[in-house]
Write a protein that binds this ligand. Structure first.
Ligand code: PEP
Ligand code: MG
Length: 594
């Protein structure tokens, strides 16, 4: 879509962090230092030249040091590349060009360097010889190294300086390293070309309550630095250079959302109890320690699902036992949390960690993933389990195994846990010997034997995202079959009911932690199904609490009875919408009507 069209209709991506942001765009290239132009006064010219000279000296020292660390083997033969880089930064012509540019154009050293490098690069690109053309990359590499040195010297990076107030970061994607360079306090929104709900940008944005829209395709190609942007993190809309009227409309929406948030924070503090006294435990789904503040403010009692994949995603190397320990200890020691359920690594399927080798599979959702992979990669698994156990003396932690498909897996995972416990005992490391161990119920085979599994574990947690995928045989990330993703399918509801009944018959707890748990529309159903805990994205908690407090449990049980017998999920959905619009006209009025 061109810019003109986008002004009227907006671009659409995936809204991954709620809220409205209106501000100036700030383009960030992935993994690269962004250069800003500053005019310098006559008396500052010398200072810029000396900054540049200093950067050259430092780069020389850095490159020489890198050369020294290259082992004396085959790789050493390629050290000539570093020599070439050293020669380039000492090239008289290059140095003179940059210094002359600072003097003549009266600009900062970074900008002068950028002008010269761009000029040299375009000459390289015109060269017919492919080898020489490739040398343009070396120049680019040196350019980035020099910029990095210069920006380190000026403090926390050069982002945002040219923009007054807060900026909306526009990027192809943001790696954890990119995010470190961004001044988050001066960031009012994120928009990216790629990404999904669990991409790094989305997780950070949600944790910090910064509106974000990802997966926009080519927003970096359309937006320019300094453009005014409106982003709507709920609908996934991005508007470039909006008219005054559109800005006014969104400012009003922003004010409304701010008032609503205030009300939510009030609601979050209330108890999750129906009018006839049925109490529900409310947990939060968490991916980052930085989210804990929000978890508390939005009214969760504990963490019902701590997804640990992010620990692996955010580190260049595999996390060690002690890396795990430090993170889990922070969770255990958090006084605002009555409990934290740590789910062991659940990669594969739609979640990947580049450092863990997962075989290329035709159908990864059904492949070597989650607990299957952990049982095979024992060292990886044990590092995590030992980390959890070490932290367990500091507060109430629980362990949750994902993607279990049968009893054998549970027994194997527990045997490995027992082995970790024995090792720690021998090493005189204290841990909670009574730590509770549960499994995710998210594969139909597991659901069919919950009566047997209930003797083996301390609790169940139903993962409806996967349970629906595997029960209805639809890929949860495949848009072509998303119309079949029906939480109210009687097969799904019956599976939840069976799991709850079996758990309660064996006196164990059962939670639900899929996205379904955070959808206000489904609250009466989950209450009627008599789950013990609903765990959800923290922002969903206040609305869910509000609905719980407005319902009667007896009514919910009757409603569930009807739905369990209804063969049409569409009809069930219609009935629930109609009922909720009747009971909560303010919340489920027109927006929820078909
Ligand atoms: C689920 O499958 O419902 C779940 C909570 O886990 P995830 O979304 O991480 O697979
Ligand atoms: Mg799952």
């Amino acid at each position: 879509m061109n810019q003109e069209a986008s002004e009227k209709k907006g671009l659409h991506g995936l809204g991954v962090s709620s809220g409205i942001a209106i501000g100036k765009a700030y383009l960030v290239e992935r993994g690269r230092i962004h250069v800003e132009k500053h005019a310098v006064k006559d008396e500052q010219v010398e200072r810029e030249i000396s900054r540049f000279r200093h950067a050259i000296k430092n780069a020389h020292a850095q490159l020489s040091a890198i050369k020294e660390t290259i082992p004396d083997d085959d790789v050493r033969r390629h050290a000539f590349i570093i020599d070439a880089h050293i020669l380039m930064i000492q090239d008289e012509f290059f140095l003179k060009e940059v210094i002359e540019t600072i003097k003549s154009k009266k600009v900062n050293a970074e900008w002068a360097l950028d002008i010269v490098v761009t000029k040299f690069m375009s000459s390289f690109e015109k060269v017919a010889d492919p080898y020489l053309r490739e040398r343009g990359h070396d120049l680019d590499y040196i350019h980035q190294r020099l910029l990095r040195i210069m920006t380190e010297r000026t403090g926390s990076g050069i982002y945002h300086k040219s923009i007054k107030g807060k900026a909306i970061i526009v990027a192809h994607d943001l790696s954890p390293a990119d995010t470190i360079q961004i001044n988050l306090e001066k960031t009012s929104g994120f928009v990216t070309d790629v990404g999904g709900r669990t991409s790094h940008t989305s997780i950070v944005a949600r944790a910090l309550e910064i509106p974000a829209v990802v997966g926009l395709g080519n927003i970096t190609g359309i937006v320019s630095d300094g453009d005014t942007l409106i982003i709507d993190g709920d609908s996934g809309t991005v508007i470039i250079n909006p008219t005054k009227e559109v800005q006014k409309e969104y400012l009003a929406k922003h004010a409304q959302l701010t008032a609503q948030r205030r009300e939510f924070l009030r609601l979050g503090k209330l108890r999750a109890e129906t009018q006839d006294g049925f109490k529900m435990r409310i947990g939060a789904n968490v991916e980052l320690l930085a989210e804990l503040d929000i978890v508390e403010r939005y009214g969760a009692e504990g963490v019902g699902l701590y997804r640990t994949e992010y620990i692996y995603l955010s580190s260049k190397t595999l996390p060690t036992e002690m890396d795990h320990y430090h993170i889990y200890r922070k969770l255990a020691e958090n006084k605002a949390l009555k409990y934290t359920t740590i789910r062991t690594l659940d990669i594969g399927g739609d979640k990947f960690v580049s450092e863990v080798e997962v075989p290329k599979e035709i159908n990864p959702a059904m492949g070597l993933r989650a607990i299957r992979l952990c049982i095979k990669e024992m060292d990886l698994f044990k590092a995590q389990l030992r980390g959890i156990l070490r932290a367990s003396v500091y507060g109430p932690l629980k362990i949750l195994f994902p993607m279990v498909s049968g009893m054998e897996e549970v027994k194997k995972a527990k045997a490995i846990l027992r082995e970790c416990m024995d090792e720690l005992k021998n090493e005189h490391v204290p841990f909670d010997e009574e730590i509770r161990v549960g499994i995710m119920v998210e594969v139909p085979s597991t659901c069919m034997i919950t009566d047997l599994l209930a003797d083996e574990v301390d609790f169940f947690s139903i993962g409806t995202n996967d349970l629906i995928q595997y029960t209805l045989a639809i890929d949860r990330v495949n848009e072509y079959v998303s119309y079949l993703y029906e939480p109210l399918h009687p097969a799904v509801l019956r599976m939840i009911k069976k799991t709850v009944d079996d758990a309660h018959a064996h006196r164990i707890d059962v939670a639900i932690c899929g996205e379904m748990a955070g959808e206000p529309l489904y609250v009466p159903i989950l209450l009627g199904l008599e789950l013990d805990e609903m765990s959800m994205n923290a922002y969903a908690i206040p609305r869910v609490k509000k609905i719980i407090r407005g319902l009667r449990h007896a009514y919910c049980k009757d409603l569930v009875k009807q739905l369990l017998a209804n063969d049409s999920p569409k009809e069930s959905e219609r009935l629930v919408r109609q009922e909720m619009a009747r009971l909560f006209p303010d919340d489920f009025g027109s927006a929820y009507q078909e």
